[in-house]
Design a protein around this ligand. Structure first.
Ligand code: CP
Ligand code: NVA
Length: 314
């Protein structure tokens, strides 16, 4: 049912290494131009943003990015659509394919996004699911690429990311793309909260082919040892709020703080996709300290999202 010529971004692996290299070139070009973003290449195009969960960065960077490129964003809370009354995502996708030029969806279930992509004749972009957060991670790897001078993608090979905390959607996309790009990723997660096996297996396979390394361990200090970046995310993702109190006990040793930082390289940078729960997975001191690139990371979402829109909707 889907048009052969369209391209989706459902998993971070929908982009090849070469496509990521091109995407980063375009992101750097757009970043230089700042918010106005240069040519209005998407004039006359419309992007539907379907939101099943709250969002600040993803919604606003895509909506503002679309407007800055001359296009029109439609922000649609799924509660206001017939989806709320049971209309299926495939039927929604087929209908919207007649009206708009692309769909960005933040959904509860990853499979729903994949199904929507199969039924839409227009590009479908995953703006976060329970399994992956590809736009976030592409943007974060761009931030790392800039740290390494922003010249060749191969310059980030061997860069060590320590991901400390919940083995969630962010961790999954990070594992996949780090492995694809030959980076080293060391995950420190409590027992039963590790990244899902399927993602670790796929990551190991990719790491073998691309010269990357993946370690998963329960020890946060071991994960952080010698790291170039320490990355963390909330302990209870959207949809897991009722487990929040229990998770606070389990994850306490996984807080990103001064003691954990001491395990890493002296040049280490701290990353977090935001929103942060200050005092839980990360201290105020770490967010506001000189090692933090957290708000640069958030800023890069705009430029990277614009590069994605140009690639998929032009
Ligand atoms: N990091 C991120 O995706 O933020 P939002 O949930 O605010 O979109
Ligand atoms: N893991 C978090 C990411 C938020 C951007 C969540 O899914 O809630």
């Amino acid at each position: 049912m889907s048009s052969k010529s369209k391209k989706d971004l459902v998993s971070v692996l929908d982009f090849s290494k070469e496509e990521i290299a091109d995407l980063f070139k375009e992101t750097a070009r757009l970043k230089k131009k700042g918010k106005p973003g240069g040519a209005k290449s998407l004039t006359g195009k419309t992007l539907a943003l379907i939101m099943q969960k709250p969002s600040t960065r993803t919604t606003v960077s895509f909506a503002a990015g679309m407007a800055q490129l001359g296009g029109t964003p439609l922000i649609l809370n799924s509660q206001d659509l017939q989806i709320k009354r049971g209309e299926s995502l495939p039927d929604t996708a087929r209908t919207l394919s007649h009206y708009v030029d692309g769909i960005m969806i933040r959904a509860n279930k990853h499979e729903d996004i994949a199904e929507m992509a199969r039924h839409a004749n227009i590009p479908v972009i995953n703006g976060l699911s329970d399994k992956e957060h590809p736009c976030q991670i592409l943007s974060d790897i761009f931030t790392i690429f800039e740290m390494r001078g922003g010249r060749k993608l191969d310059d980030i090979k061997g860069f060590k990311i320590a991901y400390v905390g919940d083995g969630n959607n962010v961790a999954h996309s990070l594992i996949l793309v780090a492995a694809l790009l030959g980076m080293e990723i060391s995950v420190g997660s409590p027992k039963n909260y590790e990244p899902e096996k399927e993602f670790v297996q796929k990551g190991l396979e990719l790491a073998r082919m691309n010269g990357g390394k993946i370690y998963v361990d329960e020890d946060p200090a071991k994960a952080a040892s010698g790291a170039d970046v320490i990355y963390t995310d909330v302990w209870a993702s959207m949809g897991k709020e009722e487990e929040g109190e229990n998770r606070k006990q389990i994850f306490r040793p996984y807080q990103v703080n001064a003691a954990l930082l001491a395990q890493a390289k002296p040049t280490v940078k701290i990353m977090h996709c935001l929103p942060a729960h200050r005092g839980e997975e990360i201290t105020d001191e770490m967010i506001e300290g000189p090692k933090s690139v957290i708000f640069e990371q958030a800023g890069n979402r705009l430029h990277l999202q614009k590069a994605i829109l140009l690639k998929l909707l032009s």
